[in-house]
Design a protein around this ligand. Structure first.
Ligand code: AMP
Ligand code: ZN
Length: 113
C-alpha cells in the first residue's frame, strides 16, 4: 500500500520512535500517547485491520502477542497493561493498517472505551 503511513514506517521511509523490530513486525511509540507507555505493534505486511486476519496471515498476529509481554516487561509495566485494536471507522480506527496499542504506566479506567 503505497499511501499507507504504517507501511512507510515499516519500510523506514518515514521516521518512528522504534522500540522493537524484527523481520515480521515493528513496534514504535504512538505520536499522540494516551498514557506514559503507548506503543503500537504492527505487522510489516499490510493488513487493513482485524477483519482481514485469516488462516494465511495469522501467524504474525501470534508473533505480535508473543512479543508484547517482553516489551511490556522492558517498559516496566509490571502492574498491568491494556492491548487494544480498533477495527473500522465506527470503532475509531484512523490508520487502516492493523495495529495493536499497548497502553500502560497509569491506572486505566475500568471502562473499555
Ligand atoms: P487508531 O485510531 O486505532 O487507528 O490509532 C492510530 C494511532 O496511530 C493513533 O493513536 C495515532 O496517534 C497514531 N499515529 C498516527 N500516525 C503516527 C505516526 N506517524 N507515528 C506514530 N503514531 C502515529
Ligand atoms: Zn500499510
Amino acid at each position: 500500500m503505497s499511501d499507507c503511513v504504517f507501511c512507510k514506517i515499516a519500510k523506514g521511509e518515514i521516521p518512528s520512535d522504534k522500540v522493537y523490530e524484527d523481520d515480521k513486525i515493528i513496534a514504535f511509540k504512538d505520536l499522540n500517547p494516551m498514557a506514559p507507555v503507548h506503543i503500537l505493534f504492527i505487522p510489516k505486511e499490510h493488513i487493513a485491520n482485524a477483519s482481514e486476519i485469516t488462516a494465511e496471515n495469522s501467524s504474525v498476529i501470534a508473533h505480535i502477542f508473543e512479543t508484547i509481554p517482553k516489551i511490556a516487561k522492558e517498559q516496566g509495566l509490571d502492574s498491568g497493561y491494556r492491548v487494544i485494536t480498533n477495527c473500522g471507522e465506527e470503532a475509531g480506527q484512523t490508520v487502516f493498517h492493523l495495529h495493536f496499542h499497548l497502553i500502560g504506566g497509569r491506572c486505566l479506567s475500568t471502562q473499555m472505551a
